[in-house]
Design a protein around this ligand. Structure first.
Ligand code: HEM
Length: 137
């Protein structure tokens, strides 16, 4: 169980590196004025998204494997609330893919300021999820 938890936390960190940095790239991408600069952001965003998808999938897989190893976890309210917030995080992740595609295809309608606000969401979810997982209120 401790091994599963260790890898769970490792992949959570990998996932969040992307969840924090990708929307930052969107901010810089929106500000880029030249075609070469924009094309570079498209490549960086695509690669980062691939890595963070792998991190997120493994974080969720190790989380599920802990619940499978000890189904009693599902009886705890903190875990159920955490799962609801994780679902929100997955929606955010998929939303990032939509924004990435729109930027790539020149269909972006959002301002730099909007991306800055969007960038704050994973931090808030991280705070809530870690408090639930560690403090177990
Ligand atoms: C389907 C998704 C997930 C499942 C099923 C899951 C499940 C679990 C379980 C069963 C534990 C062990 C709790 C314990 O015994 O102390 C755990 C620990 C932990 N989880 Fe998750 N988790 C998921 C996603 C996440 C995400 C997205 C984050 C971060 C945002 C996260 C952060 C943590 C942390 C920090 C711990 C360590 C808690 C401790 O050491 O006390 N988990 N998770």
């Amino acid at each position: 169980m401790l091994w599963l938890k260790a890898f769970h936390v490792v992949f959570v960190v990998t996932w969040f590196a992307g969840l924090f940095y990708l929307p930052r790239l969107f901010v810089y991408h929106t500000a880029a004025a030249d075609a070469v600069g924009r094309e570079r952001f498209v490549v960086m965003e695509r690669r980062l998204f691939a890595l963070m998808t792998l991190g997120g999938a493994l974080a969720v897989a190790f989380g599920i494997s802990m619940v499978a190893a000890a189904p009693a976890y599902l009886g705890f309210l903190w875990l159920r609330v955490k799962l609801a917030l994780v679902a929100a995080l997955v929606v955010y992740h998929l939303w990032c893919y939509k924004l990435l595609s729109d930027l790539r295809d020149g269909r972006n309608r959002h301002s730099q300021r909007w991306f800055r606000v969007f960038n704050e969401v994973p931090g808030l979810l991280l705070l809530a999820i870690v408090i639930l997982a560690v403090v177990k209120p």
